[in-house]
Ligand binder design. Structure first.
Ligand code: TPP
Ligand code: MG
Length: 377
């Protein structure tokens, strides 16, 4: 045996077992007080948000199948990772999503109709993060948001908006990306800069085990949480289907980042139960047994069991179901009413001043479309 390291393992930090029992693993013990400090309303809110997320997922996937959305990006199975971590952020923090974090945006105050607007092709842009809880734009270019986030965190630091010792105003950055995105150069460059400048930042990897049809086992031979240590920052691997640990570990990491302790990395082990997007068919590349294994670790079921065990009533669960249905049907109704963008809008914001090429292209498009009037559709 040579001195070369061959053992690459990391414990999975967990508070809530798949059976819904609060039984912290040894590494999770220090996080327990953060959960014990949560009021009942917050614990109930976690459940509500996870159920709302799942209902919106179903309603939106249906809309895509009915031809009302160009695409839907499901988050079924990842509700605990997203809801727990989103609630860990403070109002002044900045969140940089990839493209699957719909409920994170909603928790920050984004009206989800703006997400459907994008996926319906009814807008040519996104939303203003300043008016939407510092929830930044979706980024389809894998891992690009990790660099945006690190740049933003450096800016916070240079502007003296973090690490001053004022917990109510010090800000931090939380950036989401996937297991596949960890292979991008951008993700690695972001880790280098974050570590070099000790940015106030948390990297949150949702390891849902697949990058479309490529399994995470192909992309990394060691737990992704170990990448933190390789770049000189703490890394922790959590059970991403446990909303309590997702909340507590992210809370602690963001608190430390705001206080000036530098960046850290969280790998949330979870599973994408559905397709990558509605354009994907996962039955072509993954085994039913694997999906079944994860179905038995469902984040909502385990949390519901725990809540019921500590006294949540049947009426509470019924109310949440009703509310989630209402939110989803209201969203659907509003999405169907979204006006299509006018053809002028495509050209209007390319340059700040009128531009002859834009005028020429608009005239061409108008003439082209006029050619269909009265003729074949
Ligand atoms: C730079 C870049 N390369 C490739 C793609 C195509 N692509 C879109 S999603 C995806 C897989 C991403 O997997 P992961 O990071 O694990 O996130 P997940 O979709 O599983 O949440 C790929 C390869 C892309 N969008 N951007
Ligand atoms: Mg993935």
């Amino acid at each position: 045996m040579t001195a070369r390291q061959r053992d690459f393992t990391a414990p999975r930090v967990r508070l809530l077992t798949p059976a819904g029992e609060l039984r912290p693993t040894p590494e999770a013990e220090p996080y327990l007080p953060l959960v014990e400090a949560l009021p009942d309303e917050m614990l109930e809110r976690f459940y509500r948000d996870m159920v709302v997320s799942r209902r919106i997922d179903i309603a939106s996937a249906n809309m895509q199948r009915q031809g009302q959305l160009a695409l839907w990006v499901p988050s079924h199975g990842q509700e605990a990772a997203q809801v727990g971590s989103a609630h860990a952020a403070r109002a002044q923090d900045h969140l940089f999503p990839s493209y699957r974090e719909h409920i994170v945006g909603m928790i920050r105050g984004l009206d989800p109709v703006h997400i459907l607007e994008l996926l319906r092709g009814a807008t040519l842009g996104g939303w203003n993060p300043d008016e939407n809880g510092n929830f930044h734009l979706y980024t389809l270019v894998l891992a690009a948001q990790t660099l945006h986030a690190t740049g933003y965190a450096m800016g916070l630091q240079f502007d003296g908006l973090s690490g001053t010792g004022e917990p109510e105003t010090d800000a931090a950055v939380l950036v989401y990306y996937g297991d596949g995105a960890t292979s991008q150069g951008d993700a690695n460059e972001a880790l280098v800069f974050a570590s070099s400048y000790q940015t106030p930042q948390v990297f949150f990897i949702q390891n849902n085990h697949w990058a479309i049809s490529v399994p995470v086992s192909r992309q990394s031979r060691s737990p992704l949480s170990l990448r933190g240590g390789g770049f000189g920052m703490p890394g922790v691997r959590i059970d991403g289907n446990d909303v309590l640990v997702s909340y507590a570990v992210t809370r602690q990491s963001l608190d430390e980042a705001r206080a000036g302790a530098g960046p850290s990395l969280i790998e949330a082990l979870t599973y994408r139960m559905g397709a990558h997007t509605t354009a994907d068919d996962p039955t072509k590349y993954r085994a039913d047994a694997e999906v079944q294994h994860w179905a038995e670790r469902d984040p909502i079921t385990r949390y519901r069991t725990w809540l019921a065990g500590r006294g949540a009533s049947a009426a509470f669960f019924d109310d949440v179901d009703t509310e989630a249905s209402d939110v989803a049907s209201d969203l659907r109704r509003r999405a169907l009413e979204l006006p299509a963008p006018t053809r002028e809008k495509i050209f209007a914001h390319v340059y700040s001043e009128p531009h002859p090429v834009m005028a020429e292209e608009l005239a061409w498009l108008e003439a082209y479309e006029a050619g269909f009037e009265g003729g074949p559709a």
